[in-house]
Design a protein around this ligand. Structure first.
Ligand SMILES: [Zn+2]
Length: 221
């Protein structure tokens, strides 16, 4: 009887055990694509200092969400590669004009109309300067107010959508390009995250591509 009960409880616990137990990323199970195209640049330094500025009228939560996007990648990369010392990147507040020494500058604007790249750029975007495939510096432009792909509908991004776009742009900073699939993946090009109802996770697909780009030693691999 005891043996039977043990067998039954073992069965139950196996049955209910989650298939995948990572804390900071999810397993990608939608395999239309198996990897994310590489952007053609990568960092080669021990650590990355991300500085975040915001326009005066931008609520503080957007700064916090941008900072969390950096932490999301760091936690996911460390967990995925099993190296808690690598992938050193941190984010701090730095007003525009006080960003000397920052590897990555994140600018949060009131509206997309204030983007330096407007009117060409109407949604979040990233510009990375690199030499011989090695990144020198990067700028990320974010705003809670963007223009829909239809060219006329202004969108106030819900919190999760802004967070998605911040994580997506940090993916570009790290060296990821866009998936072919127009939407559904974190690195899909179509900027329609407001159609989701939650933040998109970082998955094994983005992480395996980054692990391939950087090898096993993190940013200085
Ligand atoms: Zn993008």
């Amino acid at each position: 009887m005891l043996r039977l009960a043990l067998a039954a409880s073992l069965f139950v616990s196996l049955f209910f055990m989650p298939a995948f137990a990572a804390t900071y990323y999810e397993e990608q199970t939608d395999f239309d694509e198996h990897s994310v195209p590489e952007a053609g640049y990568r960092w080669d330094r021990q650590s990355l200092q991300v500085c975040i500025s915001k326009e005066d009228g931008v609520p503080n939560k957007y700064y916090v969400w941008s900072k969390l996007a950096v932490q999301d990648w760091r936690s996911a990369l460390r967990e995925y590669t099993g190296d808690a010392d690598a992938w050193s990147m941190s984010a701090r507040y730095a007003p525009d004009g006080a960003m000397a020494g920052c590897d990555v500058r994140v600018h949060i604007y009131d509206t997309y109309k204030d983007f330096p790249g407007y009117p060409d750029q109407k949604g979040a975007y990233t510009a990375v300067q690199y030499t011989g495939g090695i990144s020198d510096e990067a700028d990320v432009y974010l705003s809670p107010k963007v223009l829909h792909g239809d060219g006329s509908t202004e969108i106030d991004l819900p919190g999760y959508a802004f967070r998605n776009s911040a994580v997506h742009e940090m993916g570009h900073v790290l060296g990821l390009s866009h998936n072919a699939k127009i939407k559904g993946y974190l690195m899909s090009p179509q900027f329609d995250f407001w159609e989701e109802d939650d933040q998109l996770p970082i998955t094994t697909m983005e992480l395996s591509t980054l692990a391939e780009i950087y090898g096993s030693r993190g940013l200085a691999g």
